[in-house]
Design a protein around this ligand. Structure first.
Ligand SMILES: C[S@@+](CC[C@H](N)C(=O)[O-])C[C@H]1O[C@@H](n2cnc3c(N)ncnc32)[C@H](O)[C@@H]1O
Length: 269
């Protein structure tokens, strides 16, 4: 394939090693074309002339680390993705009245965190609830989008009309074709940047429910076990760890036990 910049196996392996070191993300070799197309945009906009120069720039420019991570994360998400988890959350809210904390650890552009907030607001019949929702991601671009709470209208087409009416406002003028979450819903979620790989997380005290969906798949088994152990340590014994559809922790029976569909209770030693 003719490429604008020379791109070798060694270049791909350098990206692979750097992303693993910074974010714990394991890039499969099948992702090499994707890596090229993502980084070539940085190379063009920085006018560094090629991959070798880009790596030098990355090494010498601390601010480029975040751009490198942002360029390479996969942020696929949607409102009420894997809807059974929101029914499980509804049941948990029913069984646990009062103060609760929910942490959405890889919230991407915010759809998951706002789906949690909608579920909580519906349960309480109001936006003012005793439930704190913290949402985080490593990628600062998705966090900016999440905090804005503005989406293309088609992103909410699958949401039932009652929810669309209650929780979204249609954009007009320059925002035609877009919707924004209502300010009351936005205020229910606190967004923060957290790299799961950091040795300590800025999370005060325990959390009752953790949504950690479709991010562990990017990590190797060793990283998964280390993170799962640290995450479930934040939960009370009846707290919930909610995983993504392809994340199965039956091999980590010393840490979690199944509570429902891809949902786990912590195991206390
Ligand atoms: C595929 S999205 C999943 C979004 C959402 N949880 C869902 O299931 O719809 C994966 C997210 O994990 C984030 N991520 C990847 N590595 C991370 C890390 N080390 N720490 C925190 N977030 C990370 C990515 O930036 C991305 O937004």
């Amino acid at each position: 394939m003719d490429r604008e910049f020379s791109y070798t196996q060694a270049h791909f392996e350098q990206v692979q090693a750097k992303l693993y070191e910074l974010a714990g993300i394991q890039l499969d070799t099948s992702k090499d074309a994707l890596v090229y197309s993502r980084l070539v945009r940085r190379i063009r906009s920085l006018k560094v002339g090629g991959f070798a120069n880009y790596f030098v720039y990355l090494q010498n420019t601390p601010s480029e680390t975040q751009e490198f991570i942002n360029a390479l994360t996969t942020n696929l998400t949607s409102f009420f993705r894997e809807p059974h988890h929101f029914d499980i959350l509804k049941g948990y809210l029913q069984d646990h009245p009062g103060n609760l904390r929910i942490w959405c650890v890889a919230s991407s552009t915010g759809e998951e965190a706002y789906s949690i907030a909608m579920t909580v607001a519906e349960h309480y019949g109001q936006f003012d609830t005793p439930v704190e929702i913290i949402a985080s991601d490593i990628d600062t671009d998705v966090l900016t989008a999440a905090s804005a709470g503005i989406y293309k209208r088609e992103r909410i087409e699958s949401i039932v009309p009652q929810r669309r009416k209650q929780f979204f406002q249609r954009g007009t003028g320059g925002q035609d074709g877009k919707v924004r979450v209502v300010p009351e819903l936005k205020r229910m979620v606190e967004f923060a940047q957290i790299n799961l790989l950091e040795p300590s997380w800025p999370i005060r005290s325990t959390v009752d429910v953790i949504f950690c969906r479709n991010v562990m798949i990017y990590f190797d088994k060793q990283t998964q076990l280390a993170l799962l152990t640290r995450l479930v340590a934040l939960l009370p014994s009846d707290g919930l760890y909610i995983a993504g559809h392809s994340e199965n922790f039956s091999a980590f029976a010393q840490v979690v036990r199944l509570a429902g569909q891809t949902t786990y209770y912590p195991v206390r030693g």
